[in-house]
Design a protein around this ligand. Sequence first.
Ligand code: A3P
Length: 925
Amino acid sequence: MFENMESEKSILVASTVDGYMRGERVWEGPHAGRHASQNSRNLPLICRPWRLWHRATLCFAGPRKASWRRCILGAALIVIVVVIYSFSESSHRSLLSYVLCSSLVRGRPPESLFRCNNMGNTTLPHLRVPPKTLENKLREDPKVLLFTETRYSKTGKAITNILVANRIKYKMEVLGKSLPGLTNLSRGKYGTVVFENFERYLQIDPWNRELLDKYFRDYNVGLIGFMPSHEDTQVGAKLRGFPLYVHTNMALENISLNGENPVLQLTRAGGTITDNLLGMAWTVFSPDDTTYVPIEWAYSSVPHYSEEKLITVVLDKGEFDGIQRVLFGGNLEFWLHRLLFLDAMSYLSMGRISISMDRYVLVDIDDIFVAKKGIRMTADDVMALLDSQKRLQEMVPGWKFNLGFSGKYYQNGYPEENIGDRKLLEHVDDFWWFGHMWGHTQPHLLSPKDLEEQMELNKQFAMKHNIPTDSGYGVAPHHSGVYPVHEALYDVWKKVWNVRVTSSEEYPHLHPARLRRGFIHRNIMVLPRQTCGLFTHTIFIDQYPGGRNILDVSIHGGELFQTIVFSPVSIFMTHLSNYGNDRLALYTFESVIKFVKCWTNLNLRTVPPLQLGEKYFHLFPEERDPIWGYPCADHRHLEIWAKNKSCEQLPKFLVIGPQKTGTTALYTFLAMHSAIVANYPSPETFEEVQFFNGKNYYKGIDWYMKFFPVPANSSSKFLFEKSATYFEGETVPNRVKALLPHVKLVITIIPPSKRAYSWYHHMRAHNDLTSLQYNFHEVITATDKAPRQLRTLRNKCLIPGMYAKHIERWLDFFPASQVTIIDGEELRNDPIYIMNDLQKFLNIEPFYNYTEHLRFDKRKGFFCQVIEEDKTKCLGRGKGRIYPAMNESDAKLLKEYYQPYNIALEKLLTRLDYPVPGWLEDELQ
Ligand code: A3P
């Protein structure tokens, strides 16, 4: 694939029995002899019966699918060994072993053979800075404007994936008759405009083209365009309006970068790529003006077509028409283009849309002392690990492998492996260490007491063997307990190990990696963990799932390479077995780091986990707050969720408010239904749980679920809760959607001014000092210069009544079919009708006939619950309070204040097919 990548033939043969016993080896292939005295791990298998047994069993049952020849050979060897060991005298045994040793063939660990053919120093181009006059013309965080063919087009998706992975904000538009607004209060919204198909830009009608081009010039913003691949071949076709010619449908090879072009920032001109360039149909550019500078070029793979380099990505410096552009003659399937795309964006936005050049990489080695007999590390593997660490340190300042151990399995391997265990401890100071579970048990299966005992045992082991215990980092087997959260793990981690940082692949879920994020729970930082393609049983290169090429592609520009390039912080998890056997982890990381150094200007470094955590949340403070997801959407999450937890213990619907619209009456009437179960009361907030809107959210979902009965006959019960402050909470809809994606939402509304007035009296009744200090008029007319408490009171009084605004926010997250809006006035006057309707919306069975259970109580002036024939139970004194009527001038003021929101509400209700309540019509008169 790349020039200078040496082919490798990894076959080791013993030259003679004597040679083997002296540790001499003969290598076939280009490195023959290089490692002849490397180590005893390469002793013939028969001389290490445990390895022989392991390999032979893998023939039939293991992950390794050997050839039939090997299997037969393996089987024969086992039979012979058994016979020898059973029947021979010891002298015969050793003789036969000698004979057998001479005929064995085994693999050798692969080495990173990638050599960069342009490794010298390159001067890093200076990031372009906008001239002072232009600085304020764009908004502070300009977005990318992306024009796609359709919402689902391939290149469009590839572009958005890169933007999401790099946390770059964008707006996606399917190009129609009109352009989206490009400015806001005369500030430009977009830092770069991308056309998935550049031809669409050329075809825009003159009016819109003029508008767009003017935006480019006025705001000094550039365009990125991708040439579409064509079935028909065009030779030398002129691009309409440009001194630029294109040739389409070209097959190319030997692609490289023009190191002299000013666009390269992240990307480094690493050499020549010699593979068949994905069989893409390329477009190449022939410029006829000095405004064009080649960025990438290649040769035709058709013999004698052209001896010259053909330009595949070109920069238009804007000398021709005042607009800078970067045009791609191939798509983003080619990994190098993904890097160039980021550079083009940074260049064309004058650095305003650019990513940092610092990358932190940490490699964990988990399961130290845990791996099964036969696939653990030997002493030589440990030495190879140390050698590799030294080489990596030269490329990545601070590189140290981070070792996670379970002491219970120390010295639990074959003799050579036990020496390996001891070797690791001899070099204890050369690595970083973190505690794992003593017995590698999943925390979610353990009681807090057992969990603590397990961790204590491991800590004692660490102290006995001088393993440092102060890294502040911990991981759990299979992410168990980290996410979905098992609170006991967090408690015990803190108590025993003072853990302050961990990592997981499970938040929000395993795939796709670009969406993985971090969060902080109970002061423990959970960092996103990446996968590198190596799992416990990926231990031999020739058995890599799908073939070695898959791993090599991932390293050389593919997934692993891009993970490092696109994530400012990468933590990779590997396992002890990846460092024994074929030492695939050493191969993988040395190779990918070399590749990153060759093709990028990134500053790579490694810091200890605690520093890494601090770095991460410094970079992404918005990720500190967790978003608890629905644990039952992902089978992996279910596998690491305690068996006594169930999604049936989560509510099926929520009454979300707003306050003072009749939510308590609704809650009480719903709870009368035999199939509906309300939450247990909270000691602090009474009938309301108030989970999604405040500090309670940080207590986690175990805390939330405690408010609901453990499901017995779950499916027939409708659990619900009512928290009337959910309605206007900015972050609430997103949180509810994440945890309860299928939940139904019940909203009640009454005239907003009436609601505001009722709320004010509610606060007074609760002895709220501010409301006692200020009268209603003072509250609703308070300005932004008023004392803070008064402003807070004013906001809480008025903001929930902006119904349309809040309902629209909920509808951004939930389909209208999951939401019902109840007229609170109707609920008050005719609750039987409302409750019957609500049962239908909730699909609740059996039908509960409220006619028999609700009755108007003259004394209370409201509908109340029928207890006996002539007895009702009404809501307490706090509901249906008696207070003086609102004075007319305040009512008028509020009517005006709410008018725009009420207009929007009428439109919204009509759009959603609801009748417009009489009171709303009155408000709008
Ligand atoms: P007032 O006390 O101002 O009259 P919430 O429960 O959301 O806080 O709403 C309280 C309001 O519910 C009361 O406001 C009252 O008008 C209204 N309500 C509707 N039906 C009711 C009922 N059956 N009993 C008591 N109050 C009811």
